[in-house]
Design a protein around this ligand. Structure first.
Ligand code: SF4
Length: 166
């Protein structure tokens, strides 16, 4: 199975109550290869909620206890991001997922780039907390920004093969 950020599948779980529906994913949605995950939802955060950013660090730094995440009101969200990441990993392990397609730039799901904690729209290289934990446990991660029809077809075909062999 392939883990996919729930907001990319059109679920209204974003901080502002919206979604990030990705047309390419819709083509395969009914075929049963995707497990939707929303780490911030897994941490029981409400919708809507204030936006949050990891403060001057990455998801890896957050998991290692070196930096914190704050929401726009200044509330410390570090433990929520950590809990959401752990629950996403538990689901990956339950479904023997080897691949995840995650929403770029999110403090939980960002794969290659995240916001820098200034709430000024600036991004830095790095992953969100859940993405970092999934990668640390061997999953291969893609963001929606690097998806192409050919890549997605390949990932789905690989998942079909792995289901046959289970
Ligand atoms: Fe989307 Fe991930 Fe944010 Fe949930 S935590 S809204 S799945 S980017």
């Amino acid at each position: 199975m392939i883990l996919v950020s729930a907001c990319l599948l059109g679920q209204n779980v974003k901080y502002n109550g919206g979604n990030n529906a990705c047309e390419l994913l819709q083509v395969y949605e009914e075929q049963g290869h995707f497990v939707p995950i929303c780490p911030e939802g897994f941490a029981a955060l409400p919708i809507p909620r204030p936006p949050m950013e990891i403060h001057q660090g990455t998801g890896e730094d957050l998991l290692a206890g070196r930096v914190r995440a704050l929401d726009r009101t200044g509330r410390d969200m570090t433990e929520s991001l950590r809990l959401g990441a752990q629950k996403a990993l538990a689901l990956a392990q339950k479904y023997h997922a080897k691949t995840a397609i995650l929403k770029e730039s999110s403090p939980s799901c960002g794969v290659h780039r995240i916001y820098d904690g200034s709430f000024a729209g600036r991004k830095i290289p790095g992953s969100g907390a859940a993405a970092a934990l999934l990668r640390e446990h061997g999953l291969t991660l893609y963001s929606e920004k690097e998806l192409t029809p050919a890549l997605l077809a390949k990932l789905v075909a690989e998942d079909k093969d792995s289901m046959k062999n289970e």
